[in-house]
Write a protein that binds this ligand. Structure first.
Ligand code: NAP
Length: 664
């Protein structure tokens, strides 16, 4: 139960029929001329189009062996059309155009999203993925009709039991959890410390803020969107999408905004967590059987301690707390850092400011991505709106390409001897990325020198590069400064070489306290143990989700669950939520008061994760990255594939936990 002086009223969270909509959603009539159809197909991503058409038209000739995308290994740049030959592409276009003209004239065939019909298409698009990968791929396709929807209701499993959950955080992970708990009819309340839901997509409003991972895959499997306008959409689009999911599923009323969790304590006797919340300066207490911590790792700014910070008289702020009241037009602006945020800010403001000083400690690796700022081609959008299932297949296609992602290219080969790269593939990734830099920098050899990293690619976040960053740095009013910062003065930044750079505004794009999981919440578990005392040097959890001694606490995006090079945070969140919901089902079915992951299970997995992380670029000797925690141990990355993580989190395994029954 969630108890407070006033009993909370939970809205009827049975989801809106629009949300649990029919599989294909609403599509527009296929009404174009032959030429318009042909033109649209010329702009289409072919493998998912053929897959979608083969299913609706029940036509295997659209997915014949010779049209199968070979999907070569993903290194720096994605290969167009999954590497299909020009000949295969031409044949695919002719077949798809013909099929669409037939469909326009005679109507679609069987629109039932039948898994048997989809299997050959799935095999086609994934180049014969092994059978044990198919269940996950079907789930990501949303088959059959939102398969991750809990197939049970609390009211059926344990009608008389008070069982509730608290969700900390209203970002993409928290909302995924809220969505599924609603479907299962589990009472919950969410607390969000910001004044609005949306997580990083609410907090970050800096100029140029946009996605840096393919957009169609960066959406919930239960809420696919067919009209993302860009390959990597802008912040506002993603924020609107989140709002849309929240409104349609009626989740807003389940959240308390501007409510920051201060502390939480588990009571073994009752099996309840007591959670203290601060809102408007007042503290209130709530109790629930389980806590889902979906706090996110990218919301506590890391601002370096630099001498003289208090002396600077101009405006200073962190990238995630952009001061829109400060007009930077015509000003002298410093951006400290060249990570993912700075990479987007710099090109967006370079033209506007009088002068821009970019302080770089370590250059980022940049992946050539010509589509980075581009709109989705109009013909492609036209088809996405009209071909039933195409958007789902396109999402699946991006998911599939990202599921292994660049993981093969960050594996350390102990026999590979190179001052920078860690394997032959890593070296190829390095060379391809460098070629992109050289192309964009042209005759600015000074920039090439400064922007060439001396650490293996994949060690930190890789940037999406269409040349805009280098172009911005090439401008006469922009200065890339690689001397370390010595101190701030009243009027600017002094570097270690003694130079003084006069500025009006300083933006710290210096990242977040990403490896300080769940901070600053005080979390007290069994035997009064304080979680952050255990985690002072190194944070560990089982699958990033459960922590021995802290029963009924579930973390989304916890230690070593990050797919830093393969997949995205939404996919991970959905897997974890699935696992949590499965655990709740077990608890309700079996009158379980608490579940506490066993130490041996936790330690065994962590030993493997640590050993394998040492064989990844981010764990290699001599490498430093924000993926590592205080001790230098990689705290963020999951070193295996998405499929491995999905398999591990597919279901709750009671034998891995110490289980306490209600009447024990
Ligand atoms: P970040 O990637 O951690 O980058 C921080 C930058 O600040 C690095 O270049 C770092 O240099 C530099 N820095 C730190 N302390 C410094 C100091 N004392 N002097 C000079 N430079 C200093 O942080 P972020 O750019 O905010 O991005 C964090 C994460 O957020 C990303 O990796 C990504 O996961 C996410 N993100 C996503 C998107 C997106 O999807 N669109 C956009 C932005 C961010 P070192 O490398 O030397 O430490």
């Amino acid at each position: 139960m969630i108890t407070q002086a006033t009993k909370l009223q939970f809205p009827n969270t049975e989801t809106d029929p629009d949300v649990v909509r029919e599989y294909y959603g609403r599509t527009q009539p296929l009404d174009g001329s032959d030429a318009a159809i042909e033109d649209a197909v010329a702009q289409a991503e072919l493998p998912p189009l053929l897959a979608a058409l083969s299913v609706i038209m029940q036509d295997d000739s659209l997915i014949s062996e010779d049209l199968m995308p070979p999907t070569p290994l993903l290194l720096a740049a994605a290969v167009p059309q999954g590497g299909m030959s020009q000949e295969a592409q031409a044949k695919a276009r002719a077949l798809a155009t013909g099929a669409l003209i037939r469909a326009r004239d005679k109507g679609w065939g069987n629109l039932s999203p039948d898994a048997d019909l989809m299997r050959p298409a799935l095999k086609y698009i994934t180049k014969n993925a092994s059978d044990h990968h198919l269940p996950l791929l079907f789930s990501e396709l949303g088959l059959p009709f939102d398969p991750r929807r809990p197939a049970w209701q609390k009211s059926e499993l344990a009608p008389g039991r008070d069982f509730s959950a608290i969700i900390i955080g209203g970002g993409l992970s928290g909302i995924a959890a809220a969505y599924r708990l609603s479907q299962a009819g589990i009472p919950f309340i969410g607390f969000e410390k910001s004044s609005e839901l949306g997580g990083v997509w609410w907090n970050n409003t800096y100029p140029g803020c946009r996605l840096d991972t393919p957009n169609y895959a960066y959406s919930y499997s239960f809420a696919p969107k067919s009209d993302w306008p860009q390959a990597f959409s802008q912040r506002g689009e993603i924020f609107d999408y989140i709002q849309d999911v929240v409104e349609k599923a009626d989740l807003r009323a389940c959240y308390r905004l501007s409510s920051e969790v201060q502390s939480m304590r588990f009571d073994a006797a009752s099996g309840l967590w007591t959670v203290k919340i601060r809102r408007d300066g007042k503290i209130s207490e709530y109790q629930a059987n389980a806590v889902i911590a979906a706090c996110g790792g990218l919301n506590r700014p890391r601002i370096p301690e630099i001498e003289g910070q208090e002396r600077f008289k101009g405006a200073v702020f962190h990238s995630s707390q952009w001061r829109h009241d400060v007009d930077i037009s015509g000003k002298r602006v410093a951006v400290v850092g060249t990570g993912a945020s700075a990479f987007q800010i710099v090109p967006s403001i370079a033209e506007k400011v009088e002068s821009l000083f970019v302080f770089q400690r370590t250059p980022p690796w940049m992946l050539p991505t010509p589509s980075y700022h581009k709109d989705i081609a109009p013909g492609m959008l036209w088809l996405l709106a009209r071909v039933p299932g195409y958007a789902r297949w396109f999402r699946l296609w991006q998911f599939w390409l990202g599921s292994s992602g660049r993981l093969p290219a960050v594996k350390v080969d102990p026999k590979w001897k190179h001052p920078v790269s860690v394997s032959e593939l890593n070296e190829r990734l390095r060379q391809e990325s460098l070629a992109g830099l050289v192309k964009h920098a042209g005759d600015r050899t000074d920039l090439i020198e400064k922007l060439t990293p001396n650490y293996p690619p994949g060690t930190k976040r890789l940037m999406r590069d269409d040349g805009s960053f280098v172009r911005a740095l090439s401008r006469p009013n922009t200065h890339l400064i690689t001397d370390g910062i010595a101190r701030l003065t009243e009027t600017g930044i002094e570097t270690k070489d003694g130079a003084h750079h006069e500025v009006d505004v300083i933006v710290f794009a210096t990242g977040f306290r990403a490896s300080e999981f769940l901070a600053p919440i005080e979390i007290i578990g069994l035997e009064n143990e304080v979680l952050h005392e255990r985690w002072a040097e190194e944070s560990r959890a089982y699958l990033g989700i459960t922590i021995p001694g802290f029963p009924n606490l579930f973390v989304i995006g916890g230690p070593n669950s990050g797919k830093v090079i393969n997949g995205n945070a939404i996919n991970t969140a959905e897997f974890v939520v699935n696992y949590i919901v499965d655990t709740f089902q077990y608890m309700l079915k079996n009158a379980v008061k608490s579940v506490d992951v066993r130490w041996d299970v936790h330690d065994e997995l962590n030993a493997v994760v640590d050993a394998v992380n040492r064989m990844r670029a981010w764990g290699a000797p001599g490498v430093t990255t924000w993926y590592q925690g205080k001790s230098g141990r990689p705290a963020i990355p999951w070193p295996f594939s998405m499929f491995d993580y999905s398999a591990k989190t597919e279901s709750f395994r009671a034998e891995e936990y110490s289980i306490t029954k209600i009447d024990a």
